[in-house]
Design a protein around this ligand. Structure first.
Ligand SMILES: [Zn+2]
Length: 99
Protein backbone atom coordinates (compact mmCIF):
# COMPACT_ATOMS: atom_id res chain seq x y z
CA UNK A 1 0.00 0.00 0.00
CA UNK A 2 1.28 3.44 -0.91
CA UNK A 3 1.86 5.75 2.06
CA UNK A 4 -0.64 8.10 0.50
CA UNK A 5 -3.25 5.34 0.32
CA UNK A 6 -2.66 4.49 3.98
CA UNK A 7 -3.17 8.11 4.94
CA UNK A 8 -6.37 8.16 2.89
CA UNK A 9 -7.63 5.03 4.62
CA UNK A 10 -6.75 6.48 8.01
CA UNK A 11 -8.65 9.61 7.07
CA UNK A 12 -11.69 7.54 6.10
CA UNK A 13 -11.56 5.75 9.45
CA UNK A 14 -11.28 9.07 11.29
CA UNK A 15 -14.23 10.42 9.34
CA UNK A 16 -16.31 7.38 10.25
CA UNK A 17 -15.32 7.75 13.90
CA UNK A 18 -16.26 11.41 13.75
CA UNK A 19 -19.67 10.60 12.28
CA UNK A 20 -20.17 7.94 14.93
CA UNK A 21 -19.17 10.39 17.65
CA UNK A 22 -21.65 12.94 16.37
CA UNK A 23 -24.41 10.35 16.40
CA UNK A 24 -23.51 9.31 19.95
CA UNK A 25 -23.68 12.95 21.04
CA UNK A 26 -27.06 13.39 19.40
CA UNK A 27 -28.49 10.23 20.94
CA UNK A 28 -26.99 10.88 24.31
CA UNK A 29 -28.09 8.25 26.78
CA UNK A 30 -30.02 9.31 29.82
CA UNK A 31 -28.05 10.02 32.94
CA UNK A 32 -27.89 7.04 35.22
CA UNK A 33 -29.92 8.33 38.15
CA UNK A 34 -28.42 5.78 40.52
CA UNK A 35 -25.00 7.36 40.02
CA UNK A 36 -26.18 10.67 41.43
CA UNK A 37 -27.45 11.94 44.71
CA UNK A 38 -29.57 15.00 45.34
CA UNK A 39 -28.33 17.23 48.09
CA UNK A 40 -30.27 20.47 48.24
CA UNK A 41 -29.91 22.52 46.08
CA UNK A 42 -27.66 20.50 43.76
CA UNK A 43 -27.11 17.05 42.37
CA UNK A 44 -23.81 15.34 42.97
CA UNK A 45 -22.17 12.43 41.24
CA UNK A 46 -21.46 9.82 43.87
CA UNK A 47 -17.88 9.35 42.66
CA UNK A 48 -17.32 13.12 42.38
CA UNK A 49 -19.08 14.57 45.43
CA UNK A 50 -17.05 17.80 45.42
CA UNK A 51 -18.62 19.00 42.13
CA UNK A 52 -22.20 20.27 42.45
CA UNK A 53 -24.36 19.77 39.37
CA UNK A 54 -27.19 21.88 37.99
CA UNK A 55 -30.69 20.55 38.74
CA UNK A 56 -32.10 22.10 35.56
CA UNK A 57 -29.50 20.38 33.40
CA UNK A 58 -29.93 17.14 35.32
CA UNK A 59 -33.62 17.14 34.41
CA UNK A 60 -32.55 17.46 30.77
CA UNK A 61 -30.15 14.53 31.19
CA UNK A 62 -27.11 16.74 31.10
CA UNK A 63 -24.34 17.18 33.62
CA UNK A 64 -24.11 20.91 34.26
CA UNK A 65 -21.19 21.70 36.54
CA UNK A 66 -21.80 24.68 38.83
CA UNK A 67 -19.16 27.40 38.93
CA UNK A 68 -17.56 28.42 42.20
CA UNK A 69 -19.76 30.69 44.35
CA UNK A 70 -19.54 34.32 43.32
CA UNK A 71 -18.28 33.69 39.77
CA UNK A 72 -20.30 36.14 37.58
CA UNK A 73 -22.83 36.38 40.42
CA UNK A 74 -23.03 37.54 44.03
CA UNK A 75 -21.08 35.38 46.51
CA UNK A 76 -24.10 33.51 47.86
CA UNK A 77 -24.99 32.23 44.38
CA UNK A 78 -23.50 29.75 41.95
CA UNK A 79 -24.04 29.72 38.19
CA UNK A 80 -24.35 26.66 35.99
CA UNK A 81 -21.54 26.58 33.43
CA UNK A 82 -23.78 24.83 30.92
CA UNK A 83 -27.16 26.60 30.94
CA UNK A 84 -26.38 29.67 33.04
CA UNK A 85 -28.94 28.79 35.68
CA UNK A 86 -28.25 30.73 38.89
CA UNK A 87 -28.89 29.02 42.21
CA UNK A 88 -28.65 30.39 45.72
CA UNK A 89 -26.18 28.41 47.78
CA UNK A 90 -27.66 26.86 50.88
CA UNK A 91 -25.13 26.95 53.67
CA UNK A 92 -24.80 24.19 56.23
CA UNK A 93 -27.61 24.20 58.75
CA UNK A 94 -29.96 26.11 56.48
CA UNK A 95 -32.29 23.43 55.30
CA UNK A 96 -29.60 21.12 54.00
CA UNK A 97 -31.19 17.75 54.40
CA UNK A 98 -30.97 14.21 53.23
CA UNK A 99 -27.23 14.26 52.65
ZN1 LIG B 1 -27.59 23.99 34.05
Amino acid sequence: MEPCAIAKTALEVLKKLYELGKRVLREKPRLKREEYVFCNPFYYRKDRPQQPLCVKCFENDREGPMAEPGVNVTPSYRQCLLCGNIVEVVTAGEGRSGC
